[in-house]
Design a binder for this molecule. Structure first.
Ligand SMILES: Nc1nc2c(ncn2[C@@H]2O[C@H](COP(=O)(O)OP(=O)(O)OP(=O)(O)O)[C@@H](O)[C@H]2O)c(=O)[nH]1
Ligand SMILES: [Mg+2]
Length: 317
């Protein structure tokens, strides 16, 4: 057995060589809070930030996996190595799970230039957003040129996830009436690109009108998110989609957008990790009995929650 120090250096070497098994192991390390996880990330940190990270988000069944698969194939055609993260496949809507995603991305699953990982557990230490961000960083370290992150855009977790990406694509489909309202409002705000998928169906014009109306209401931004149509099943519009993603990346690089996004990401990362660590430290410091007593006191109304927290922190100061 290797000592933790050697183990993390060993894993780092394999990871930087682009070894997919090492990448899988490193992601699990971060998810499980293994002893080597922190030194691993610390060693990698200065080298990160090379990959282009694209979010594909939208309602269940909108065609996100099909689009992701098509984009991945397009990028493979130009020699890129592609990482795919499917976030929240355990959603009760999708019934997806890892196997389902692998089947849907069937053509991609056996390609060694493509790495697919499903973030299947909501219970991972520190939450889904952190686990996703860690996985993106590790794929970046392993030399994947573009990382496609598929999320179902319905919860706060997903809003946190998409704020980690360089270009956020929101996928809509025709014929769902209040489709636009069904998506978490925060996601509409962070959209860099709108995709009307299943454009082979009736009602694409209506979705486009709704989107235009919504964009008209939103505060003017320096980037006007384009609206694209795709038929993912047949690969139609996918090359244009990649062109727009590239154009957005170019726009970010020319202005201050890239630095702004990087700083925002750094802030989110720092603050959420601080919150998580402080919480754990405070709970551990107080011990389970005091924590249980505080919770009971609040529930039974002997104690208000503000005083309970102040007391607990004061006792540890
Ligand atoms: N008609 C039509 N069907 C499509 C198109 N793109 C995808 N589909 C179909 O829509 C269904 C859902 O596609 P997925 O790619 O699994 O959708 P998803 O958004 O990843 O779904 P979840 O991950 O379960 O939320 C599949 O049966 C696809 O074949 C399209 O452009 N036109
Ligand atoms: Mg999917």
């Amino acid at each position: 057995m290797l000592w933790p120090m050697e183990a993390h250096l060993h894993l780092m070497t394999q990871l930087l060589e682009g070894n997919p098994r090492a990448l899988g192991r490193a992601i699990s390390w971060m998810e499980n809070g293994e002893i080597g996880a922190r030194p691993l990330m610390a060693s990698l940190w200065p080298r990160l930030g090379r990959a282009v990270v694209v979010g594909i988000t939208g309602s269940p069944g909108a065609g996100k996996s099909t689009l992701t698969d098509q984009l991945a194939r397009l990028l493979r055609g130009s020699g890129q190595r592609v990482g795919i993260l499917a976030v929240d496949p355990t959603s009760p809507f999708s019934g997806g799970a890892i196997l389902g995603d692998r089947i849907r991305m069937g053509r991609c699953a056996s390609d060694p230039g493509i790495f697919i990982r499903s973030m299947a557990t909501r219970g991972v230490l520190g939450g889904l957003a952190r686990a996703t961000q860690d996985a993106i960083d590790l794929m970046d370290a392993a030399g994947y040129d573009t990382i496609l992150v598929e999320t179902v855009g319905v919860g706060q977790d997903e809003v946190d996830v998409v704020s980690c990406v360089q270009t956020c694509c929101v996928v809509l489909v025709p014929g769902m009436g209040d489709e636009i309202q069904a998506i978490k409002a925060g996601i509409m705000e962070v959209a860099d690109l709108f995709i009307i998928n299943k454009a082979d169906r009736e009602g694409a014009d209506q979705v486009e009108q709704e989107l235009e109306a919504m964009k008209g209401l939103a505060a003017a931004k320096d980037w006007d998110p384009p609206i694209l149509r795709t038929v993912a099943q047949r690969g139609e519009g996918v090359a244009e989609l990649w062109e727009q993603i590239r154009a957005h990346g170019q726009w970010l690089r020319e202005g201050s957008g890239l630095q702004r996004k990087a700083r925002e990401r750094a802030r989110l990362r720092f603050e959420s990790l601080l919150a998580e660590t402080s919480l754990r430290r405070a709970l551990d410091g107080a011990g389970p009995e005091r924590v249980a007593a505080a919770i009971d006191g609040i529930a039974q109304r002997h104690l208000d929650p503000y005083t309970a927290v102040a007391n607990l922190l004061a006792s540890q100061a």
